[in-house]
Design a protein around this ligand. Structure first.
Ligand code: UDP
Ligand code: MG
Length: 327
């Protein structure tokens, strides 16, 4: 039997790009069905992440016009990671495989063929990896590369140059549903589930329309989330650093003591001030990092829902169908 595929596409204020990319995604799905790789039960699942523009209106219109397109809407904007999770959890009991992809056309949709092939060869997870970043601006390219290097230096293992374009089988998703954390960093969490996986390379294009929602500020926030939710290495670094500072201080104390004993005491104002400033700086940074983890623990203990779906296109169609009976 052919596997059914759900393509999960998070959308936040994407009214400019949706009319351009949605027909491309649809064509890709129909091509895959026609090629006999996936079943006709396959769907494109748009996840509206609380957009303030006409995005949801466009999704419902498309869902009405084309049976292969469906959509869900989050009750408010929760961020990219939560939107993808909402789509994955919604899809996990309805299909055999999911592919998550951004809606801006930056990721090459032709890589989906290779992903499905890799699944048919027995892989449960297939990571899309960017082969080049030539179309990204110099700034985006260097910050993004710094992002991956920094993550791995801090002990958060991620697949290099892999964003959130990946195939996941429903079997893996069933297991992933037991990961209850609210601090989401999907690209670091999925490898933790295990199962056979592989990578597929693709070229990254420019955004087809609209603007990026990932400015530097959000990228830094994502990196912080990734590190602090996957690794305790920063806490260990603080300890090592503390030991180093203590050692240097000890040497300094011995030196000062000898100086005092041989009567060579100097007016030590400058050295004193430097030491106090340095040590209090180190303490503040350390407290900040520890605070970051305590904040995470605080959020986790609340166990709030990670996404809330307010509408579904197929429910709307069901109510439409029920209407005539009720009259
Ligand atoms: N996105 C989302 N919620 C947000 C921000 C972004 O669902 O709060 C979606 C967005 O619509 C797009 C994807 O996440 O499909 C990636 O965002 P974007 O293209 O702006 O990021 P970039 O590719 O520049 O890193
Ligand atoms: Mg993008």
């Amino acid at each position: 039997m052919l596997p059914s595929l759900y393509i999960i596409i998070p959308c936040y204020n994407e009214q400019e790009v949706l009319p351009v990319t949605a027909p491309m995604f649809r064509q890709k799905l129909l091509d895959l069905i026609a090629a006999g790789k996936i079943s006709d039960e396959s769907r494109i699942l748009f996840v509206n992440d609380g957009s303030k523009d006409r995005t949801w209106e466009l999704i419902t219109q498309m869902a009405r016009a084309e049976e292969h397109i469906i959509g869900i809407s989050q009750s408010r904007n929760r961020g990219h990671q939560n939107a993808v999770l909402a789509g994955l959890m919604e899809a996990k009991d309805r299909c055999d495989i999911t592919i998550s992809i951004d809606c801006d056309g930056q990721d090459d949709i032709d890589a989906m063929d290779k992903m499905v092939d890799a699944y048919l060869q027995g892989n449960e997870v297939v990571y899309g990896v960017r082969s080049s970043r030539e179309t990204d601006t110099f700034f985006k390219r260097t910050t993004a590369q710094g992002f991956y290097k920094f993550l791995s230096a801090m002990g958060a293992e991620v697949v290099y140059n892999h964003a959130d374009y990946r195939l996941i089988s429903s079997r893996v998703l069933q297991e992933f549903a037991d990961f209850h954390e609210v601090n989401l960093f999907l690209r670091g969490m999925i490898p933790l589930v295990g199962f056979q996986s592989t990578t597929v390379e693709y070229a990254r294009h420019e955004r087809l329309a609209g603007e990026s929602h990932y400015p530097l500020k959000k990228m830094i926030a994502l990196a912080m989330d990734g590190i602090t939710s996957l690794s305790v290495k920063p806490l260990r670094l603080i300890t090592s650093f503390g030991v180093l500072v203590a050692l240097i201080s000890f040497i300094g104390c011995v030196w000062a003591l000898i100086d005092a004993l041989v009567g060579r005491t100097v007016a030590g104002w400058a050295s004193m001030t430097c030491i106090i400033c340095f040590v209090s700086g180190v303490q503040l940074i350390s407290l900040g990092i520890i605070g970051e983890y305590i904040g995470k623990i605080y959020m986790e203990t609340k166990r709030r829902p990670r996404y809330i779906i307010s509408e579904r296109t197929w429910e709307e169609q069901e109510t439409d169908r029920r209407m005539p009976d009720q009259i």
